[in-house]
Design a protein around this ligand. Structure first.
Ligand SMILES: N[C@@H](CCC(=O)N[C@@H](CS)C(=O)NCC(=O)O)C(=O)O
Length: 316
């Protein structure tokens, strides 16, 4: 059993923080039993110190330790780990998918091949600086969902960083600034979309692991070495043992390019992006999520629908 420390909000899900969503999606993906411990934003440092978690960075003074969530306490091993990326690495190392000792349901890997981890690190390093415009919208919207004591703590740092009071950080809806800054968010996601298109155009879709020479109990291909087929932006099928099969999600429904490495199930890169997409969907006005759904052939809506349908968004 894992205790998962997440930050509470007034949303029905309580969960809102993009970084904590990455860990929640990861725990759900690996089907590891866990229980959420809800912490108020104002109490992150106190709760983390009590737990014995390590600080993850420095505060804005550059000197003082800063504790952040998500954090997990694995009661089976005693490990206490803060930072979503460190947690993802720990989970795969401690609970790897193992064909030798199959469990039911089977444990999945977040990073299924040796190349997935460096690819994910490159994605994170490229995307993080591009997300600043997103913060302009999502930080004040998140602030509005916190309790008063947490708002004070949340605002202290953000208002310093942005040089304005919280209520002036977001561009006013409908203004030129609103359009320009939102277009930058679209461009950030567009960069990843273009990587995917380039990969497809170069015929590099063999970079797929969970697809191949066998079909698992769920009707999905398993193993390594198959060929995904399709044209342009849309995957239409998979060759299993040389035989063409429709690409389905297990319910016979056709699956288009849902995940960024064209895998049949998400890898950690999808869950990482999913953390931000879910943040947008949960905290911003509905028209912003509608706008995201129209970007890049609807791939981000498909990604979040895929996470919802697969049970990855469950709050336990
Ligand atoms: N690199 C960390 C960042 C986590 C993070 O920034 N968490 C925020 C909430 S989304 C937090 O706890 N902030 C507390 C603070 O800045 O004092 C991760 O990926 O887990």
């Amino acid at each position: 059993m894992i205790l998962f420390y997440d930050i509470a909000s007034s949303l029905p899900t309580k969960a809102w923080s993009p970084n904590a969503w990455k860990t929640r999606l990861a725990l759900n993906h690996k089907r590891i039993p866990y229980k959420t411990i809800w912490v108020l934003y104002a109490d992150i440092e106190k709760a983390s110190r009590q737990l014995g978690a390590l600080p993850t960075r420095k505060k804005i003074d550059g000197v003082t330790d800063c504790w952040t969530l998500p954090c997990i306490w694995d009661l089976s091993t005693g490990a206490i780990i803060a930072d979503s990326t460190k947690i993802a690495i720990y989970l795969d190392a401690t609970y790897p998918a193992s064909p030798e000792s199959p469990s039911s349901p089977p444990i999945r890997n977040l990073m299924p091949t040796d190349t997935t981890f460096p690819l994910f690190m490159a994605l994170e390093a490229s995307m993080l600086p591009l997300f600043h415009p997103l913060y302009l919208f999502a930080i004040p919207a998140s602030d509005a969902l916190l309790d008063e004591r947490s708002q004070t703590a949340f605002r202290f740092k953000r208002e310093k960083v942005h040089g304005k009071p919280m209520h002036l950080i977001s561009p006013r809806p409908g203004t030129e600034e609103d359009k320009v800054e939102w277009a930058k968010v679209e461009a950030a996601f567009g960069m990843v979309h273009n990587w995917c298109l380039d990969t497809a155009a170069a015929g590099l879709r063999r970079a797929v692991w969970r697809s191949a020479d066998q079909v698992g109990e769920d009707g999905m291909p398993t193993g390594i070495g198959d060929v995904l087929t399709g044209t342009g932006d849309v995957l239409t099928g998979v060759k299993v043992n040389g035989e063409q099969k429709a690409l389905t999600n297990g319910d016979g429904e056709k699956r288009e390019n849902t995940y960024i490495l064209e895998t049949l199930e998400p890898t950690y890169a999808d869950l990482w992006l999913g953390g931000y997409l879910i943040w947008i969907k949960l905290v911003l006005p509905a028209e912003k999520w509608e706008s995201v759904c129209g970007w890049h052939g609807g791939r981000w809506a498909r990604l979040v629908e895929g996470l919802e349908a697969g049970g990855w968004m469950e709050v336990i």
